[in-house]
Design a protein around this ligand. Structure first.
Ligand code: B12
Length: 210
């Protein structure tokens, strides 16, 4: 579809001034929100590919990320309009040393859209903060995101610390992010892994039994 192609290109070529107009036009034309999200996510994959092959560098990657965020801001209120009821509380954040939050924010949007209360702990999350918040807020689910191979081990550390603090039994831990997989999740003792935001919602529903 031509509209989606233009949106994809706007993210890849970080045309921040154009993205609002393009996304609004697509929404007005009735393009399905999930299809729109898929196009945006696909664009970030291409950005990652170009970065990995040194066709672009960090500033371009950042400019694309900002363009993506602009688009997500437009989609968010529409996704949230779907439902309003609290099924369970979920804490979510990106682990220490890691600043990537686009994927986490999409997961949050989808969970909120599915009626969960989500508390966003942000990025570069210190272990102590996670433990304190789990103790204080007693969420049913804790979601952890990591996009760097160097920050993945932080997830295991958090799970161990939860165990030591006697909090592990009260919360299900789900992990995600591009370098994470099922095998890593089970190795560190997480309760679940989801490869994308849709799967994350399904897993969380399974955890809490509805
Ligand atoms: C955008 C981006 C950035 C932006 C981040 C902006 C932001 N606010 O997020 C900026 C420019 C800041 C950045 C910086 C860096 N980045 Co960067 N970045 C990316 C890029 C291009 C896209 C990430 C993204 O947003 N993807 C789109 C989202 C939608 O996908 P996602 O995050 O995977 O999320 C989905 C799933 O994984 C899942 N999910 C995600 N989180 C969670 C959590 C839970 C609980 C669950 C269930 C599911 C889930 O659901 C999401 C939605 O479907 C990736 C390449 C890539 N393709 O991943 C590189 C990439 C992750 N970055 C990389 C690198 C190297 C860096 C830097 C070290 C570069 C540098 N030299 O400075 C720094 C590190 C900064 C830091 N300390 O974190 C490498 C990592 C390599 C590695 N193996 O570790 C990658 C893979 C690029 C590459 N191909 O080399 N980056």
């Amino acid at each position: 579809m031509r509209e989606l192609e233009a949106i994809r290109n706007a993210v890849i070529e970080f045309k921040k001034a154009e993205i609002n107009h393009l996304v609004q036009a697509a929404i007005a034309d009735g393009v399905d929100l999930n299809t729109l999200l898929d196009a945006l996510i696909g664009a970030m994959d291409e950005v990652g590919r170009r970065f990995a092959s040194a066709e672009i560098y960090v500033p371009e990657m950042l400019a694309s990320a900002l363009t993506m965020k602009e688009a997500l801001n437009l989609i968010k209120p529409l996704l949230l309009g779907y439902k309003k009821q609290t099924r369970a509380t979920i804490l979510i954040g990106t682990v220490k040393g890691d600043l990537h939050d686009i994927g986490k924010n999409i997961v949050i949007m989808m969970l909120e859209g599915a009626g969960f209360e989500v508390i966003d702990l942000g990025v570069d999350l210190r272990e102590e903060v996670v433990i304190d918040k789990v103790r204080e807020l007693k969420p049913q689910v804790l979601g952890l995101s990591a996009l760097l191979t160097t920050t993945m081990p932080e997830m295991g550390k958090i799970i161990k610390t939860l165990e030591q603090a006697g909090l592990r039994e009260q919360v299900k831990v789900i992990v995600g992010g591009a370098p994470i997989d099922e095998a890593f999740a089970s190795k560190i003792g997480a309760d679940g892994y989801a490869r994308d935001a849709v799967a994350a919602v399904e897993s969380v529903k399974r955890f809490i039994g509805n």
